[in-house]
Design a protein around this ligand. Structure first.
Ligand SMILES: Nc1nc2c(ncn2[C@@H]2O[C@H](COP(=O)(O)OP(=O)(O)OP(=O)(O)O)[C@@H](O)[C@H]2O)c(=O)[nH]1
Ligand SMILES: [Mg+2]
Length: 257
């Protein structure tokens, strides 16, 4: 009896996932680790740490949520000053922590009392200068405002560490607010100012730059790992997002300013 010729096996549905870059799957493993009002409350860690810094309302918490594909991991809000603690999120497949993301309170919010501002600037400067496992800094900057005076101060604070090899990336946030030519201009101006660091355009709403930023963070945290070894990884299911601070009544809407 004649058998019909064997059909080639149907490609597995996971094929697309397994050939994708592992960065987004890795970032999706983010879990709330701890929160601290001051530096000395932070646990000493021996995995690479990547800190998100920048002006209040620049979009740090939103960027972390977008990169990790979790809606409320970090609390974002229209109201500046939403993040008031140092919040740490662990990353790693199979529950094995291999890096940490840090969401820092923003600076430059006018309504904060002067004493609190100074205190916070000291906490942040200390963190950036002394945190031993700090591997990279992501400076979030709204290109409509450019680098503020406090951003410039921060650049000065971290310069010696960047010269010693600390990774540095300027993320130009809310790129959805810019036209194409404004984006291109903002990008080239920032490249001149970033002192050798990377610069990327980013938008949570229009989903610009997400993969590019994700890949950079992956590379920072896994310098020795070759891409071929890593491509077997696929996205793990989301873990229940955990609040770092009391949530507001509604999830924050993206601002329209
Ligand atoms: N249009 C637009 N709005 C954004 C984007 N990212 C963030 N936002 C909005 O900007 C506002 C501030 O966002 P957050 O992520 O809370 O900013 P933050 O830098 O964490 O602020 P602090 O915690 O105060 O330092 C919120 O209303 C966000 O919805 C974006 O890509 N596009
Ligand atoms: Mg925040």
């Amino acid at each position: 009896m004649n058998h019909p010729p064997r059909r080639p096996a149907a490609p597995l549905k996971t094929a697309a996932k397994t050939s994708a870059h592992p960065a987004l799957g890795w970032l999706h493993t983010a879990k709330f680790l701890t929160t601290a009002p001051q530096l000395h409350f932070l646990p000493a860690l021996d995995v690479p740490e990547i800190a998100f810094v920048g002006r209040s309302n620049a979009g740090k918490s939103t960027c972390i949520n977008t990169l990790t594909q979790q809606k409320q991991l970090a609390f974002a809000s229209k109201k500046p000053g939403r993040t008031q603690h140092i919040n740490l999120f662990s990353l790693g497949k199979q529950g094995v922590m291999d890096a940490v993301l840090t969401d820092l309170p923003g600076y430059g919010y006018a309504a904060v009392p002067k004493q609190d501002k100074i205190r916070w600037q000291q906490v942040m400067a200390n963190y950036l200068v002394t945190r031993e496992n700090l591997k990279g800094i992501v400076l979030m900057c709204d290109p409509r405002h450019g680098l503020t005076e406090l951003d410039e101060v921060l650049l000065e604070v971290i310069r010696p560490r960047v010269e010693e090899g600390l990774k540095f990336l300027v993320v130009l946030t809310k790129a959805d607010k810019l036209t194409r030519s404004e984006s291109a201009k903002a990008l080239s101006i920032m490249k001149l100012n970033a002192g050798g660091g990377e610069v990327r355009l980013f938008s949570a709403t229009k989903r610009i730059g997400i993969e590019e930023v994700a890949k950079l963070l992956w590379d920072w945290a896994h310098p020795a790992e070759s891409l071929t070894e890593a491509t077997g990884a696929s996205a793990l299911p989301a873990t229940a997002p955990k609040a770092t601070e009391a949530p507001g009544d509604e999830p924050p809407a993206l601002d329209e300013d």
